[in-house]
Design a protein around this ligand. Sequence first.
Ligand SMILES: *Cc1c(COP(=O)(O)O)cnc(C)c1O
Length: 424
Amino acid sequence: MYKEFGIDDKIIEYGKKIEAKLEERFKAIDEVAEYNQLKVIAAMQKNKVSVECFNTATGYGYDDVGRDTLEHIYADVFHTEDALVRPQITCGTHALALALMSNLRPGDELLSPVGKPYDTLEEVIGIRPSKGSLAEYGITYAQVDLLENGDFDFDGIRNAINDKTKLVTIQRSKGYASRPTLSVERIGQLISFIKEIKPDVICMVDNCYGEFVEKIEPSDVGADMIVGSLIKNPGGGLAPIGGYIAGKKECIENAAYRLTSPGLGKEVGASLGVMQSFYQGLFFAPTVVASALKTAVFAANVFENLGYKVIPNSTESRHDIIQAIEFNKPEGLIKFCEGIQAAAPVDSYVTPEPWDMPGYDDQVIMAAGAFVQGSSIELSADGPLREPYTAFFQGGLTWYHGKLGILMGLQKLCDANLVMDMQL
Ligand SMILES: *Cc1c(COP(=O)(O)O)cnc(C)c1O
């Protein structure tokens, strides 16, 4: 079958050789998935999920049982007091903006102790001027970068925390930066350090791409709020839209009053028939995340062995589903994305091209042939057209699709004579 996809024998054989070395890694990934699968089922049983939960609610959505039960399930899975899980939260950026804007007030300061946040948050915060940003509302922003070696700059963080510091945002995943992703354990250390200096500060974690990668989540190590997108990990590939915030009751209440209206909060917001996909997606999420992780580990090994810099490297432990590969040339990034596209079940016949994407500073190329548009728990690759021409790829609803994508990417690079190494 691989040959029918135009993949050469030498690449098929190379892939086999790499896969054979990964048995132990894959076993460890499956073990985490098994644990998280049981965690999700236990939460669904505890909350007595019934077919009634999948009914469509319309209009105001008062007493939307499916919506309310799902929010209890999210709170139980993440061990938080409450959660907001809604189709009205349109994406991850929206969820993060909502969490920030609802919990900060004019005169407060927001601190990122882990360097520059994800590109789209620059406009939310006002690092790049934008209408409606936190900066426009008189909320200031401070940032402490990670040290050269990736460690937290504890002295810098201590100095940056002041009377105004109200909320600390910690991004778990690397996003479009070449820094290591933070393990949940490291996030816990950072939160403890910050809370020792200022106990009442709200610690929020941007959990995008991190859910179910480990057995614990940032909310298990002191985070007051964790935030993410349902078209990434926790939607399991089935949720067609949505975002979540899970955390302390007060934080969630603030977010709900901002999402709908003061006074209305969580009581309104009809679920419009998407509930079954939210439930079933959450049910699938642990194994879907495992497939994405296997794909990422496989890719790291395939490309590192050929001399490319890959982050994380071939042996490092994983704390999110993102794999970065530095192609050093625009053509390398573009060819890899073409391969991912050509392996897709949807839109495999189109050729991705760089474009000026809203919210991003540089041109971005994106490859995805997804059932849910823009879903990045489905196999997808993207990267800004800037040095060192890094492809950030993630996802794979099934490991076999992920593997096909990586082999297709390598094939396209070989066809364009961009692979110099004679390992093949
Ligand atoms: C994807 C992502 C976001 C933004 O989510 P969108 O759904 O694309 O708006 C924010 N932070 C991180 C770390 C992400 O990976």
